[in-house]
Design a protein around this ligand. Structure first.
Ligand code: 4AD
Ligand code: MG
Length: 480
């Protein structure tokens, strides 16, 4: 017997061929029609049971949620709604599911809120919405690797446990195996981290950038794609405490080249899913349309999902300097009418997400790349411009998402980098290895970080970042 996945059977034209297929019962109508899903596609295959010749005990166990293995014949379907179906010859119940138990879960077929699905995150992958999101996520991840591989980049795995803090103070998770009730102390009564597992204070990484830079200065073009951790207490629909980041780093590349790369990369991976996730995107688009209907008109997204993705594919991102952006914001209606929570008064202000969204959604109405930010509001490693007050930083802002990419050309000049570190209180002893790369054949280089979940949010039209990662980690929440 040939075993096939549901996705393969639905494509097959081997009518009258016998097959075996396993999956979970999504519905069972009239003691006769099983809707079977195995996760290989959004769609179910209809399996028609000959109930007169099926054991009554088995029939009773064909419940929603049960795992079954079916052997039968592929037939053209006489019913509406499907091209082919399976005429069941035999059915084996692999794992039972009792209706009274199922009723208490999100597997019960009716509309459940996304909040409810989060509470049962171990089951939500069996819903159409979350299944579709996870298939798109997986394809996007594949496209990321395909893109960089095609371009001659090497994939590097930077450490998850780190002794340094790449982005600056205070938002890291500590890693220790000390006895927290009775930690070793020094003479002054401070915790003695030299007695800790690594002989020093260690944290979960917030970014693989600094290590990736050292690799770019040897392998030329590299990228990371791994989990990163931030202990910032931002309970928003755009922040996770554990998220996946893609960080390319390229030697001999300036900021323009970096922006070109980011734009080309984003367009490539989005194009990939429009070609490889058609059914799931169509489903997600309809889901979004339904959801939008329940919102007040002013909050509705003006574009259906596919159109939104196509727009990004067909249009160049608008490149605007920070200084231009501040002028636009200063003269904007919400600023003049004091509608922003943070009023933009002068050059140097840090942009809040309300400002970013105004630029993208109201003013330019397309993805925007902001560059040349004030040095004071950006990280120590960004290359100082000749004006002495701005750095070669860039952020890419997306409609409905806000910041999706943050990157820069790196400061490659040893002296400038060192004085910047001193100025910002970055410990040069801790980052001796990073500094040293500026002594041995330093060169112009650039890179960026793209938040993978924010990309998945955009691609799927979901609105809460907790709904695009299998098990979200957020303040007060690490269930599952
Ligand atoms: O702008 P960020 O902090 O940049 C860096 O970490 C640099 N080291 C990247 C680099 O140049 N190699 O973060 C990069 C991106 C953001 O633009 C955003 O998309 C995402 O990571 N991000 C988050 N995503 C989810 N939850 C969070 N808490 C995030 N913080 C940042
Ligand atoms: Mg940033």
């Amino acid at each position: 017997m040939i075993t096939k996945k549901v996705s393969e059977l639905l494509q097959s034209d081997q009518i009258l061929q016998e097959y075996k297929v396993s999956g979970w019962v999504r519905a069972f109508r009239s003691n006769r029609f099983i809707a079977l899903n195995d996760g290989s596609t959004l769609h179910n295959i209809q399996c028609v049971v000959d109930f007169e010749n099926t054991d009554e005990e088995v029939l009773k166990q064909i419940n929603i949620g049960a795992a079954v293995a079916i052997e039968g014949t592929l037939k053209e379907s006489e019913g509406k709604g499907q091209r082919v179906e399976i005429e069941v010859k035999s059915i084996e119940i692999l794992g039972e599911a009792q209706p009274e138990d199922i009723k208490k879960t999100i597997l019960q077929p009716k509309r459940h809120s996304l909040e409810k699905l989060r509470e049962q995150a171990h089951l939500r992958v069996r819903t159409n919405t979350f299944g579709a999101v996870m298939r798109v996520r997986s394809k996007l991840a594949f496209a990321v690797h395909e893109y960089f591989n095609n371009k001659g980049f090497y994939y590097v795995n930077t450490p998850v446990i780190t002794g340094s803090d790449a982005e600056g103070a205070g938002e890291m998770f500590k890693v220790t195996n000390m006895d927290l009730k009775n930690p070793p102390k020094d003479e002054k009564g401070n915790i003695d981290f030299s007695k800790d597992f690594f002989g020093k204070e260690t944290n979960l990484t917030v970014s693989g950038q600094l290590e990736a830079e050292t690799f770019a200065l040897g392998l030329g073009q590299v990228y990371t794609f791994g989990p990163t951790f931030r202990a910032e207490n931002s309970n928003t629909s755009r922040h996770l405490a554990e998220f996946w980041m893609i960080e390319p780093e390229v030697a001999f590349c300036d900021l323009e080249g970096n922006i070109d790369l980011a734009e080309d990369f984003i367009q490539y991976v989005l194009k990939y899913i429009t070609e490889h996730c058609k059914d799931d995107l169509e489903f997600l688009e309809n889901r979004l349309l339904q959801e939008e209907k329940s919102k007040p008109e002013k909050d509705r997204s003006p574009m259906p999902l596919r159109e939104k993705i196509d727009f990004v594919l067909k249009n160049n991102f608008k490149r605007v300097s920070y200084t231009e952006a501040i002028d636009i914001l200063k003269n904007s209606k919400p600023n003049k009418k004091k509608k922003f929570n943070y009023i933009i008064e002068e050059w140097g202000a840090d942009l809040q997400s309300e400002h970013e969204r105004y630029l993208v959604e109201k003013h330019f109405k397309c993805p925007v790349v902001l560059f040349d930010y004030p040095a004071d509001i950006k990280a120590f490693y960004m290359r100082l411009n000749d004006d002495g007050k701005t750095v070669r930083a860039m952020d890419i802002l997306f409609p409905g998402i806000g910041e999706i990419v943050g990157g820069s050309q790196r400061e490659e000049r040893y002296d400038v980098l060192l004085s910047k570190m001193k100025e910002l209180g970055v410990d040069e002893k801790e980052l001796w290895w990073y500094l040293e790369t500026r002594k041995f054949g330093t060169c112009k280089h650039s890179g960026f970080g793209l938040g993978f979940e924010r990309l998945v949010l955009f691609a799927t039209g979901m609105t809460n970042i907790r709904d695009v990662i299998p098990y979200p980690r957020t303040p007060q929440n690490a269930e599952f």
